[in-house]
Design a binder for this molecule. Structure first.
Ligand code: PLP
Length: 260
């Protein structure tokens, strides 16, 4: 039996898809949440067919099975934060929205995954609309990269995207600027109280799983009780180190080294 000296870790509920190459998706989330000192519990929304080069397919999990898994978890554990990545379909988004209603007050980080870095789709066409309508209003933080923000907001500039996505109901939106055409990378955190910007050097190469890693690190920090800005600060500093040490497991993209 654990005694009072046993360290406790906050539980983070991760809802995301499986990438068999181990770079992105649920692998990235488990590694990041664990490295940040929290405990990841997982609902796997689907299996993808991919390697470190590209995604060529996916198969989604039956929503009844996901609901049974969620019931089993909620019967037993309490959660200090939720991270949502690949959802895959409007049916899964609907199930996730109902699950979040059972976790009032728990901060939700939503990474609105639409496609892999190399372009392969990671969801049905109904996903963007369902994300905006059902999950944005429940999110403390949404973490799109610029192409995802543009697709969801129907806008071009980072500022216009941020405003439109706040209007969709998210409490805050962190738009990452890796895909922007700027010499250094600018990440923008849009909040109702204002906007904060971070600038980092642009690293060479293209990364697999950097968005998943960042969103999971934010969720883990929120689980420890950080304020939103503290969580985003901590998570970005940690992800920057993971990206500096990124390595290449195959012939394709680099994978962040998600050490503690
Ligand atoms: N989730 C899954 C299951 C994926 O396979 C991918 C990318 O391939 C992503 C999320 C998004 O990854 P990234 O963090 O590179 O945006």
């Amino acid at each position: 039996m654990p005694d009072s000296n046993t360290p406790t870790r906050p539980n983070v509920l991760v809802i995301a898809g499986h990438d068999p190459s181990g770079g992105a998706g649920i692998h990235a989330d488990i590694e990041a949440v664990h490295a940040m000192g929290a405990h990841p519990c997982t609902l796997i929304t689907g299996l993808t067919v991919q390697n470190s080069i590209n995604v060529t397919g996916f198969q989604l999990t039956d929503t009844t099975l996901l609901e049974q898994q969620a019931d089993a978890l909620l019967d037993d554990l309490s959660f200090a934060a939720v991270k949502i990545g690949m959802t895959g379909s409007a049916a899964i988004i609907d199930m996730v929205a109902r699950l979040l209603d059972r976790l009032p007050g728990v901060p939700v980080v939503l990474d609105p995954v639409l496609a892999a870095e190399a372009g392969g789709s990671l969801g049905e066409d109904t996903v963007p609309r369902a994300l905006l309508q059902q999950l944005f209003p429940k999110a403390a933080l949404v973490t799109p990269n610029l192409p995802e923000a543009q697709a969801l907001a129907g806008a071009e500039t980072i500022d216009a995207c941020g405003e439109a996505l706040l209007d969709a109901g998210a409490l805050s939106v962190l738009v990452t600027g890796t895909h922007d055409n700027t010499p250094s990378v600018h990440n923008h955190l849009f909040m109702r109280s204002g906007t904060r910007r971070w600038e980092t050097a642009r690293l060479p190469g293209s990364f697999h799983g950097s968005g998943c890693t960042l969103a999971s690190a934010c969720a883990a920090r929120l689980a420890f009780g950080d304020s939103l800005e503290q969580a985003v600060d901590h998570a970005q500093a940690w992800v920057a180190k993971a990206l500096e040490q990124a390595w290449q497991p195959g012939r394709g993209q680099l994978v962040p080294l998600r050490n503690g």
